[in-house]
Design a protein around this ligand. Structure first.
Ligand SMILES: Nc1ncnc2c1ncn2[C@@H]1O[C@H](COP(=O)(O)OP(=O)(O)OP(=O)(O)O)[C@@H](O)[C@H]1O
Length: 310
């Protein structure tokens, strides 16, 4: 509790002029009447070997200065001119205070505060709970719809699986077969990198020939769709200038496409390689070949296929 003093300076100030330097014991009574807001101090002093009682009083509303509960103590000062020792021999305190409604005033804001605190906590708590519920619901729906999307893509792939089971087109290879063929997708066997993943050279003993295995990146959602359509549509295409799709594999999240191997690499390699000289006749034949295969894709096949990435 921080100490407080009451300074009644101004019209209420009174100076006590009696000497207390004779080594005699003085007595004092301090009383305060809250109803009359009267602070009175009685003090015994000595003059001509006679005890006299002096009285000081002051009208003051202490409730304005002190809170409901206060601690009492003593402090004294002698001023600069005297070296004195003052001793308190005994003291007593009594109070007849009854809690006046006025005194409870300061408590009201506290009650209000605690009420506000409770209301705030309830509102804040329920707000937080609402946000949590909405957030969880949102996450749950998102999770469900993402799960559905992935399932739909998986279904596409399984549809492909089903459609090709009885056809004479691309074969379904096991992952182990393709992994063995490419030496477990060794870097040394990698012949190129496309938009959807790496391409590896492999050897398939049942065909007794080299193949190119395109490994679709695991993280590529677009790759799964591409894979499904590539197997579905391109698997049926036949043209001398189109690389033949000879197999495929789908295991969990691994997607693999098996093509006939082009030992001379890509057309881009031959067109843009340094110091590569292509005669006009070669270039003319390349353009003719391209046009022929595009015509086949766009108009001659039972289903129109647009390449869009030449
Ligand atoms: N059948 C193949 N035989 C030999 N090399 C191939 C074969 N297919 C692809 N490659 C090599 O792998 C590289 C990447 O081929 P891929 O088809 O994946 O990518 P791309 O040509 O950029 O096509 P996309 O943009 O559709 O991914 C080619 O540039 C080529 O060097």
């Amino acid at each position: 509790m921080s100490p407080k003093g009451l300074n009644s300076r101004g019209s209420a100030s009174k100076i006590y002029n009696e000497r207390i330097l004779d080594g005699q014991i003085n007595e004092a009574w301090i009383s305060y009447t809250s109803s009359a807001t009267n602070l009175t101090v009685f003090f015994t002093s000595f003059s001509e070997n006679k005890t006299s009682i002096k009285c000081l009083w002051h009208e003051v509303d202490l409730s304005k200065y002190f809170s409901e509960k206060v601690n009492f103590g003593f402090s004294a000062a002698t001023g600069r001119r005297y070296w004195e020792i003052h001793t308190i021999h005994s003291w007593n305190f009594s109070s007849s205070i009854r809690i006046n409604p006025l005194y409870t005033k300061p408590l009201r804001p506290e009650k209000k505060n605690s009420k506000q605190l409770v209301v705030g906590l309830v509102l804040g708590g329920s707000g937080l709970a609402c946000i949590l519920v909405i957030g969880m619901t949102f996450l749950w729906f998102r999770f469900k719809s993402e799960g559905k999307a992935v399932k739909n893509e998986e279904n596409d792939v399984f549809m492909v699986h089903y459609e090709f089971e009885n056809e004479t087109g691309p074969k379904n290879y096991s992952y182990e077969t393709l992994s063995t063929a490419t030496k477990n997708f060794a870097e040394s066997e990698k012949v190129g990198q496309g938009g959807f993943g790496g391409v590896y050279k492999g050897f398939l003993s049942n065909l007794d020939s080299n193949v190119a295995v395109k490994r679709i990146s695991k993280g590529s959602k677009q790759g799964i769709k591409e894979y499904a359509s590539e197997v579905k549509i391109i698997g049926r295409l036949r043209h001398r200038n189109l690389v033949k799709l000879i197999g495929w594999c789908h295991k969990e999240k691994e997607l693999l496409l098996v093509y006939e191997f082009m030992p001379n690499g890509s057309l881009g390699y031959h067109l843009f390689k340094d110091n590569m000289f292509l005669t006009w006749m070669t270039r003319y034949n390349i353009v003719r070949g391209l046009a022929s295969s595009l015509l086949n894709l766009h108009e001659e096949w039972e289903q129109c296929v647009l390449h869009t990435d030449i």
